[in-house]
Design a protein around this ligand. Sequence first.
Ligand code: ADP
Ligand code: ASP
Ligand code: MG
Length: 440
Amino acid sequence: MNVLKFGGTSVATASAMGQVKDIIEKTNGSVVVLSACGGVTNRLLEAVRLAGNGQVSESAHIIQEIELRHLDLCRDLILDGESRWDAISKIKTVCVELRVFCEGVALLGECTPRSIDTAGSFGERLSTLIFWLYCRSEGMNTILFDAREIMRTDSNFTSAKINFNELQRLTTEKLIPLLTDNTTVITQGFIGADSRGITTTLGRGGSDLSAALIGAALSAHEILIYTDVSGIASADPRIIPSAKPIPEMSFAEARELSFYGAKVLHPETILPAVERGIPVRVLNTFAPDEAGTVIVSEATREHGICAVTLKRNCVCVTSHGLTFADAVAFLGRIANYTSEVYSAVIGESKCFAVIDTPKDTTALENLTNGAPSNTSIQEVTLLCGVGIGLNGHIATKFSESVSNFSPFAILYGASDVGIIALLPPQSADDALRAVHQIIE
Ligand code: ADP
Ligand code: ASP
Ligand code: MG
């Protein structure tokens, strides 16, 4: 049993959905996890935000656009007249629910995290509904399964955490009995429900995590993440078009790469699979015969940096002249302030931590005010070179290649699989290209 996950671009258009169907047809019974059609989640979140602001007609306009987009997909995909009308009416019903929901938010005049999750869930609900109706109209043996039946989370809306024991219990009770006779079960990524049945989401890009969790709960043979690139490449192909897919990576490397910004996988995706030794394969929906990247527990590649990535929109919070104990307390305060600390160093004369740029500046100011004197905050981009068997020689080559781009610091030895440079944001892309040359 495999779990196949298709991201937003893989279900963005009728022809992309056609490719997904072709891939699924070749598998013998599997669980298929879908994202929302590309761009839809952003529009849904915009619609509910506008509703909360009382901008009802702007919100309704977006919902109309979302509805039309999905109705067009029905028309393009489902050729049989009766099945098509059935699909259109089902989509319209879901869109009425969405419209009524946003009107309710507008009446309340407040867009809570709980409302954001309910609105956000419609993207995956619509994409899976259409895709299932399409597969059914093509005579395929498929079942549409609501992920909220098994994805039991806490109530931390917008980034809910799964209760894995509950997921496993519910999977055994509700999902496994459906997986008979080569049936393909189609379900939503990203969404779950708390113990009261209220819709939650796992955080942006969370469909990868959904696939990994479902794969882990099912003890899947493999988890196949289908996207729009042929595997994890040596750099983001949008920045470095010549970047090549890496045939095999260790879990540790893939995690490091995603932690430091490579958007190809959700940072926590790998963990549920790692813990159970399930390989994760990253494949291209639009070139499904290409080998892609397999992520295994221990890679057998040669030692060295295999990929580079940028973590943008960070700030480096530095404090000078602290005693060791004060520096520890200072970093502790930063760790309490944000869960996203990308790096922290205590030196003789200064200490610093790199964190995500805070959304509101008041919070940033509070952090500064609360800290001891001599604190500065500086925008940085982290450049991370990821690989196995890193050593002083490799670190030297890395340092030389970023040296022309005014690094604030280079960190080697803090991670077994990464070397990091802290760079001014404006020179980061050029630095990435320079480091990429040493691995080409
Ligand atoms: P999906 O919609 O399928 O979830 P994403 O947009 O989340 O896809 O992730 C795929 C994208 O990740 C690619 O289009 C690519 O631009 C980007 N990406 C960033 N870093 C890498 C990398 N090292 N290798 C491959 N893709 C990368
Ligand atoms: N649709 C969600 C998002 O855009 C989840 C996902 O695509 O993985 O964040
Ligand atoms: Mg993604």
